[in-house]
Design a protein around this ligand. Sequence first.
Ligand SMILES: [Fe+2]
Ligand SMILES: [Fe+2]
Length: 166
Amino acid sequence: MGEMAQKIIKIDKDEIVKELNAAFAEEWLAYYQYWVGAQVATGPMRTSVTEEFEEHANEELKHAKWLSERIIQLGGTPVLDPENWKTVANCKYDAPLDPYVVTLLQQNLIAERCAVARYQKICDITFGKDYETYRISAKILKEELEHEQEIGDFIDDIDITVKHLK
Ligand SMILES: [Fe+2]
Ligand SMILES: [Fe+2]
């Protein structure tokens, strides 16, 4: 528990812990969506796409770690039971039932856009009020924007390749 961490914030602690826990659950779901998607993927540019998925999965896991550290510092508890991830998260888990790479990329694009909105929201509510949560969220936001761009680029590249093959 960080006594000063809790004292200096100019925002309701429970409100920010709730947001951080939603983000935390979403990171785990994103991690697994990428990780398991990388295992089952089939189709064009599979090797490059799965490498990217595994890289993103590791970054989502790192985000979960940063969030859990901040939740604990603020006196909260990170979601303890994976059964609760889906109820706490706003960004939904989308199982890779169709293993075609473009379908997986599109599912992960939606997830990344949801993540961008999540961190944009946390940045908005902590700006000028909770500098440390703002710093962490802005750092994650930067990486989610990169993820969204990279996934979008893969979709565009596969699209161009498929068109040229016709
Ligand atoms: Fe993330
Ligand atoms: Fe991401």
